[in-house]
Design a protein around this ligand. Structure first.
Ligand code: FES
Length: 112
């Protein structure tokens, strides 16, 4: 693990199928907790028209944008179904009940 991993907070701070926004110098990252207690981090900006993905509905390992209902995989960031596009994803994991976010990609310029 590199020094770029940041402790974001407790897993229990995010409700199941909920999200939390982490504001960084490089933009807002949405952290999602699935019903199975998996954690994913993606840009909090829909590539369609900028909708706040953190306010979307989490289902399985995907989120539906609250503005026009595009669905994105939380694992790959890819739009699902007939829609095309992708949102940047960032490594995140849970250790001992704490959420860790790898900021190396954020710092490197958000290339996903
Ligand atoms: S802004 Fe997200 S689907 Fe349109």
């Amino acid at each position: 693990m590199t020094d770029a991993w940041l402790d974001i907070g407790a897993l229990d701070d995010i409700p199941r199928r909920g999200a939390r926004v982490v504001k960084t110098r490089h933009g807002c990252v949405a952290l999602f907790r699935t019903a199975e207690d998996r954690v994913f981090a993606i840009d909090d900006r829909c590539p369609h028209k900028g909708g706040p993905l953190s306010e979307g509905i989490v289902h399985g390992n995907a989120v539906t944008c609250p503005l026009h209902n595009w669905v994105f995989s939380l694992e790959t960031g890819m739009a699902q179904g007939a829609d095309s596009g992708a949102v940047a994803t960032y490594p995140a994991e849970v250790q001992q009940g704490r959420i860790l976010l790898d900021c190396a990609r954020l710092i490197a310029g958000r290339a996903a």
